[in-house]
Design a protein around this ligand. Structure first.
Ligand code: FRU
Length: 752
């Protein structure tokens, strides 16, 4: 059932009195007349700044650089709101540089001169001037005159009707050298049609009757600040690139908690001709749910969020049959922002079911940044209320500090601890763990002590009162720390008997140090060692409270999915181990054994001598797969495995694994090396020599449809000792036929 209602029409008779209450016209310089002139002629483009140079515009000084910039320049915040690929950006060499950029003469042949402008508000110093006969007759600046602010460009216009037919020049000036001492300009045009005025605080009232409020998004449209009020109380507030006309995609706001209640959606600024509010509706299945997980760039055996953006995995914890995967989530946009904790669960680490959002920002702009979760089986915090063990999570609430939340319903809903924040410092990303020898909770947390990059260690008897102990420098964001046996048998984790163990201390980049941890201080025994050897892998975290002692890690897969209603993904869960190699003890990554559940058709090949030109995999035409090879390079100089349009090369001369620009040493053991590669729509994950090298790689959209596979020897004959290709099943579409993580299940109301 997919009931669709326009919120402004729903229950119209009951709501007439409260419909569209707050709309006011913003009296800004941009507001022109009302309707378009019926006889409007086509616009005249003065400049779109899409070329690498300024053409016949002339510069002085250095502020404008050699030509239009491709977005932000080094050390500049993200620049948004310009059209096309380039814009004028006088931040070249920072705010200190100065200069001018002047147009050739042009004739004023329309009533309005319109342009996109951003940057500093320094009249006369960082501005654009309209110059007639050597006189400045109009001038405009960007919006920023104090720290903070935004690099967004917005439309402005001048009514130049009085200068009709005259010749003019535009002069963009940057003589400002302090904060916001730059100006950004794009897309200058003459038009008969005035820009639409902007309405402020536009409201739509409605009664909550559907599960989801569907919101239209246009990627790169100006961000609007939207709030949902339920019975006059603000319950949600966020930024969204609302589509004023046709959307790129739809996102949803979960109305589940507000069923049957009166609400209003209020948008801070909207062009008077915007269709956005009219388009918003309520439904029981969110818009697009029928095509969910069938999108062309949807990872098929990696988790990605139904809608919106994900970054770091958070709060990875196992409890009573469920692996929880919380994650940094923007439910309302394709890019980072509005940080929430999204939530998914799995019963096998492979199939995921997305649940309602677990943590909402506490207030507008006070976002829920990364953190971790544990089972407080001893109820040390006293948060337990029922028969279930209590789960406790720590996260960074950006306006407050490190905060605690707890759950008495198996991690499905969370309550703020009244004594928050529990730690206040310059930093973020608390990692909780139990330290058995001292019988205390520990927190490893990223700390910007004296402007440096540290991990700080705290301990606590009850997860509420924390004592600082020590810090170690050289780690950035998202710390993780755990103890692992050395050379234990894979899959046995902590049950590995009396094997010597080491502590692994790591952070967002996945580089790590080995050492010992006594509950207060980490004592390193190695320098920083490289973690993954590929790309697009960041901010990984390992599971707490695993039932079998395995140490399983999931990372943020920074795999962009342009054109999709979602963006990014999680990497495939890997079991970590410490193994003695020729270089010493090293961390190794192996896909969790549950991967086997996804295996479909298996293609095996007999051991063979691989001559140059032979391709034993030539007949394969497959989408999702796991490819495994063990080989002795023999006289070949290289072995080239092609999967998903990407070449994975073993350079037998350099003894290196190579993919794209990434290289990592891969030694022969007993004359052989092994490769295992997982191929999904937007990624490949390479495991060399059973995970001694872990190389995650982005698979760009133009390769996502490549189904051929290849294995070639170059420069000589290689000996293939074993070769198999396992086609893999989708975790989503297979599940739709009735399994655990079904898309259908994902869109039905879930216990909270
Ligand atoms: C790492 C990170 C964390 C932070 C989060 C915000 O990717 O920057 O340090 O908590 O992302 O989304």
């Amino acid at each position: 059932m997919n009931r669709s209602r326009c919120v402004c029409c729903s229950s119209l008779s009951r709501l007439l009195s409260s419909r569209v209450v707050l709309a006011t016209l913003l009296a800004a310089s941009v507001c022109g007349g009302s309707a378009a002139e019926p006889s409007a002629r086509p616009d005249i483009l003065i400049a779109d700044f899409e070329r690498a140079d300024y053409g016949d515009w002339t510069t002085t000084g250095e502020a404008f650089g050699p030509g239009p910039a491709r977005g932000a320049l080094p050390d500049q915040m993200a620049v948004e709101g310009y059209l096309g690929e380039r814009l004028v950006n006088s931040f070249f060499n920072g705010d200190g540089s100065t200069g001018t950029l002047t147009s050739p003469p042009f004739r004023i042949e329309r009533r309005y001169l319109q342009f996109l402008m951003g940057g500093g508000m320094h009249p006369g110093q960082a501005c654009m001037n309209l110059v007639l006969d050597g006189q400045v007759v109009r001038s405009a600046t960007g919006p920023n005159d104090r720290p903070g602010g935004s690099e967004r460009l917005d439309w402005q216009q001048w009514d130049v009707g009085e200068f009709g037919g005259l010749e003019a020049r535009l002069q963009i000036v940057d003589s400002a050298t302090g904060g916001w001492g730059h100006i950004n300009v794009d897309h200058i045009r003459l038009s008969d049609r005035p820009l639409p005025g902007l309405l402020t605080n536009v409201a739509r009232a409605f009664t909550v009757e559907g599960r989801y409020l569907n919101l239209p998004v246009k990627h790169r449209a100006p961000k609007r600040r939207v709030r949902l009020e339920i019975e006059s109380r603000v319950v949600r507030e966020f930024e969204i690139e609302l589509a004023d006309a046709a959307p790129d995609f739809w996102v949803f706001l979960d109305l589940g908690p507000f069923e049957g209640r009166r609400g209003a959606l209020v948008v801070d600024r909207l062009p008077e001709d915007s269709k956005a509010l009219d388009a918003i509706d309520q439904t029981d299945a969110f818009r697009g749910a029928d095509g969910l997980y069938r999108e062309p760039l949807r990872p098929q055996f990696h988790f990605s969020s139904r809608r919106g953006w994900n970054n770091d995995p958070n709060g990875l914890v196992y409890y009573r049959g469920e692996y929880h995967l919380f994650y940094q989530h923007n439910p309302y946009g394709w890019d980072w922002g509005n940080m929430h904790w999204g939530h998914a669960v799995s019963t096998d680490l492979v199939h995921w079911r997305e649940l309602p959002i677990a943590l909402y920002p506490m207030a507008y702009g006070d976002w829920a940044f990364s953190g971790s979760a544990v089972v407080d089986a001893r109820n040390t915090g006293g948060f337990k209320t029922g028969s279930e063990e209590v789960l406790v999570a720590a996260y960074t609430s950006t306006g407050r500090g490190e905060c605690i939340v707890y759950s008495n319903d198996r991690g499905h809903s969370w309550t703020e601890y009244a004594g928050n924040p529990v730690v206040k410092h310059e930093g973020r990303d608390p990692r909780l763990f139990w330290h058995a020898p001292t019988g205390r909770w520990c927190m490893a947390v990223y700390d910007e002590f004296r402007g440096g990059r540290w991990i700080a260690f705290y301990s606590s008897p009850d997860l509420k009162a924390w004592t600082f102990h020590s810090r170690i420098e050289g780690f950035f964001e998202c710390p993780d720390i755990f103890e692992l046996p050395v050379d234990a048998q894979a899959g046995r984790g902590a049950d590995a008997g009396n094997a010597a163990s080491k502590w692994v201390l790591t952070a967002a980049s996945s580089a790590y140090r080995l050492g010992q941890f006594d509950g207060r201080v980490f004592t390193p025994e190695t320098p920083m060692l490289p973690g993954h050897r590929g790309e697009s892998f960041y901010a990984a975290q390992t599971y707490s409270d695993m039932p079998d002692g395995r140490r399983v890690q999931i990372g943020w897969g920074q795999m962009a999915t342009p054109g999709m209603p979602f963006n990014q993904m999680m990497t495939f869960p890997c079991e970590l181990s410490l193994r003695t190699t020729d270089d010493g003890v090293r961390l190794c990554w192996q896909p969790v054994r549950e991967l086997e559940r996804l295996r479909a058709r298996k293609h095996t090949f007999d051991p063979r001598a691989l001559e140059p030109g032979d391709n034993p995999l030539a007949n394969l035409n497959i989408d999702l797969h796991e490819t495994r090879i063990e080989a002795n390079p023999g006289s070949a100089s290289a072995l080239r495995l092609s999967v998903g349009g990407i070449d994975v090369i073993y350079d037998a001369v350099a003894r290196e694994l190579i993919c794209k620009k990434h290289r990592a040493p891969l030694r022969l053991r007993d004359g052989r090396m092994s490769l295992r590669v997982l191929t999904d729509r937007t990624s490949i994950e390479i495991f060399g020599n059973e995970g001694e090298v872990y190389m995650p790689i982005y698979r760009p959209p133009e390769l996502s449809g490549t189904r051929s596979v290849g294995l070639l020897a170059e420069g000589g004959v290689a000996r293939v000792l074993s070769l198999e290709v396992n086609e893999l099943k989708s975790i989503w579409l297979q599940a739709q036929e009735g399994g655990a993580g079904s898309a259908a299940a994902a869109s039905t109301p879930v216990m909270r």
